[in-house]
Design a protein around this ligand. Structure first.
Ligand code: ASP
Length: 355
């Protein structure tokens, strides 16, 4: 059971307390009714404001929600300046960019994913083909690349000058008992001096006017990761989950913590039990925080997670929400009228020590 006090637990009305840990995968007592004619919605992580705009344009033109979310995240995958996704994403410890992505389509309850995919800048498109053109759900590494080649994807070096330089600075800073000298930092803008390990991903989920749900998550994962490391983004039930009778959920942040709790599945299941999207996201945050207490190296002095993990959710009625551990997160929502960033709900006001 969580040791968080009520005072720490800032958001009132979350109502998940110790009773939060009900078994998942149970009935659909509160399954939401179909909402044909509901206003379309697109929800994304904070780096997805262009994605929500693009996806909504497609939905309003009568397009399919999976086409919409993939076209949305492709903008970010293609952007060399977003160093967390696709082209220009930060590489693994060997300086090689390895991408993870998953897609899920509500009306057919099918999913596709790729992990540790090299040289292809739009892993979300490959994930979709895994779903639509194979009997499998997840392809990894060389097999995923071979599959992408078979479908005519162009191979290219995904490392930009910016991401190569960031990797080299990390490499040169690693140790003073190797043959690499420390990096030169004078003249570099502050944000370019950092060699910290960084996260970043885009998740985008959508509901169209006929009640069809779809989602995608795509990322270059944790920077400087071990080659072959796979995060939560391509794992159905962790980085993404869609149930067309209930809703959709996705995540960004420390994938390892999500992999150990399967949060997106939990969130959709919680919405099926009647929680609002925001309540369901916060319930998942609380579950992750409680399990993180078992791993002291990941906790601050107050026993709170020293990392970030955010969840985004959208239900069949078009209600949406997001939750994270600490105050300050933003997420993108297009509600059919406005496209704007909103505050992510949170458990704790101040970041943990060492974050
Ligand atoms: N969730 C991603 C991963 O662990 C990274 C992130 O979103 O920051 O690969």
């Amino acid at each position: 059971m969580s040791k968080f006090t009520r005072r720490d637990f800032l958001k009132t009305g979350v109502g998940v307390g110790a009773a939060a840990f009900v078994p998942v995968g149970l009935g659909r007592a509160a399954a939401l009714t179909a909402t044909a004619g509901a206003r379309p919605r697109v929800v994304s992580s904070g780096n997805g404001i262009r994605a929500t705009q693009k996806a909504m344009e497609i939905l309003k033109a009568g397009g399919d929600p999976l086409d919409a979310v993939i076209a949305g995240v492709n903008i970010v995958e293609d952007d060399p300046d977003d160093m967390s996704v696709g082209y220009g994403g930060l590489p693994n410890e060997d300086g090689v960019v390895e991408l993870d992505s998953s897609v899920m389509y509500g009306p057919t309850h099918t999913a596709g994913a790729v992990a540790a995919l090299r040289n292809i800048k739009n892993p979300s498109k490959v994930a979709r083909l895994v779903m639509e053109r194979t009997d499998h759900v997840l392809l990894v590494g060389e097999g995923a690349l071979k599959f992408a080649r078979a479908h005519g994807f162009k191979e290219e070096d995904l490392l930009t000058e910016q991401s190569r330089e960031a990797w080299l600075r990390w490499k040169e800073t690693m140790s003073d008992v190797d043959n690499w000298f420390p990096p030169k930092t004078e003249g570099l803008p502050a944000e370019m001096r950092s060699v910290m390990q960084t996260h970043g991903t885009i998740n985008c989920i959508a509901l169209d006017g006929s009640g069809r749900l779809a989602g995608v998550t795509t990322t270059s994962g944790l920077s400087w990761k071990l080659a072959g490391r796979v995060g939560d983004s391509p794992i159905i039930g962790a980085g993404l989950y869609v149930d067309n009778e209930i809703g959709a959920a996705g995540s960004t942040g420390r994938g390892e913590a999500n992999l150990q709790t399967c949060a997106s599945f939990r969130i959709v299941d919680a919405m099926g039990r009647g929680l609002s999207p925001e309540q369901a996201c916060l319930e998942a945050c609380k579950a992750v925080a409680a399990k993180t207490k078992l791993i002291p190296r990941l906790c601050d002095v107050q026993g709170r997670p020293k990392f970030g993990l955010d969840f985004y959710a959208l239900n069949k009625k078009g209600e949406f929400g997001a939750g994270g551990f600490y105050q300050g997160g933003r997420y993108a929502v297009h509600d059919g009228v406005d496209n704007k960033l909103r505050d992510v709900a949170y458990l704790f006001k101040n970041p943990g020590d060492g974050r």
